[in-house]
Design a protein around this ligand. Structure first.
Ligand code: ZN
Ligand code: ZN
Length: 332
């Protein structure tokens, strides 16, 4: 197999050739068809994820076809297309796992972070943590890949944001471009906030149905019911709190964020709430994929060959792409 490997903090990913891995009990081996490039992968290579274990193959938005199964695996079957998300394993017996919050498991494994991920031609996954991606609903593997983190974390953040109609999205990248479509399908109004002056992203948001798009330094035309922060910029937290109405919620959807500056208590007063979402559950995965199929969510993707992983990361870091970057091992 071929892989792009994170070997040291701050270093470029290194191409490697390895023996084809053999799936153990409860595991499957996938031939990777596509793997999304997530902002979390930048945090990984920047050394901002304390749980990461280098060297590791990044990538947690994996679409692949089951090629081999280990002992005890009854599903998925060889030939089936599945998705592998960030939550690669949970223990099943800690307090969190037993209370429906496996996303907070005490001893989890995270794909492309604490276990090898999908910046590769092949990957080993836990069968029980694979999500079905039937070709009838998800014909294009590259388009399906961003659903597995950008979409899924967005979905969890949307549940946390509550049912309010006016939804603000701070940072209009991979997650927001998917979530905006789901929110519109649910009948909500979307207000998109981008880096100041980023007209291209603001236009992109409008084409996906946003009622309003502007700079993150601007106030929305009307108070928001809730806001979700995808941009990893702590200074957006007080701005988002200022933009939500009494009783409104601000949800932080990223795994890492720069420090939040101090702010006057009046921004939180009147029962505004500030919370984060972490990881995902398999139930989130099933719920979101059903919603995405029903809503006809269309991913805007920029494709890269596996060997171009460093280029994809650089483009994501510089904000040079709209939508999501996806590695396609078979391409070119
Ligand atoms: Zn657990
Ligand atoms: Zn991610």
């Amino acid at each position: 197999m071929h892989a792009m490997v994170a070997t040291a903090v701050g270093a470029a990913l290194v191409p490697e050739r390895r023996e084809l891995p053999v799936p153990g009990t409860g595991q499957v081996r996938l031939r990777v068809e596509a793997c999304g490039v997530c902002r979390t992968d930048l945090h990984l290579v920047d050394g901002e994820l304390p749980q990461a274990r280098l060297p590791v193959i990044p990538g947690h938005e994996i679409v692949g076809v089951v090629e081999a199964v280990g002992g005890g695996v009854t599903a998925p079957a060889p030939g089936e297309r599945v998705g592998v998300p960030w939550l690669g394993h949970s223990c099943g017996h800690c307090d969190y796992c037993r209370s429906g919050r496996e996303n907070l498991c005490d001893t989890p494994q995270f794909t492309g972070c604490t276990r090898d991920g999908g910046y590769a031609t092949h990957v080993i996954a836990e069968a029980a943590f694979c999500l079905p991606l039937p070709a009838a609903q998800f014909p294009d593997p590259a388009a399906a890949a961003p659903l597995l983190c950008a979409g899924l974390i967005g979905w969890r953040a949307l549940q946390a944001a509550g049912p309010g109609e006016r939804l603000g999205l701070y940072g209009f990248g991979a997650a927001a471009h998917l979530l905006a479509q789901v929110a519109r399908w649910q009948g909500r109004r979307v207000f998109a906030f981008t880096r100041p002056g980023d007209r291209a992203s603001q236009d992109f948001a409008r084409t996906l149905g946003a009622d309003w798009a502007g700079d993150s330094t601007q106030a929305p035309p009307q108070p928001l019911d809730a806001a979700i922060l995808f941009a990893p910029a702590g200074e957006l937290v007080p701005r988002a709190l200022a933009a939500v109405r009494k009783g409104g919620r601000v949800v932080c959807g990223g795994i890492h964020m720069s420090d939040i500056p101090s702010f006057p208590y009046r921004l939180l007063w009147e029962e505004r709430q500030l919370l984060s979402v972490a990881n995902l559950t398999r139930a989130d995965g099933h719920g979101f994929l059903a919603a995405a199929a029903a809503a006809g969510v269309a991913s805007h993707v920029t494709r890269y060959r596996l060997e171009q992983a460093n280029e994809a990361l650089a483009d994501l870091r510089a904000g040079r792409l709209q939508g999501a970057a996806v590695l396609v091992p078979g391409a070119g």
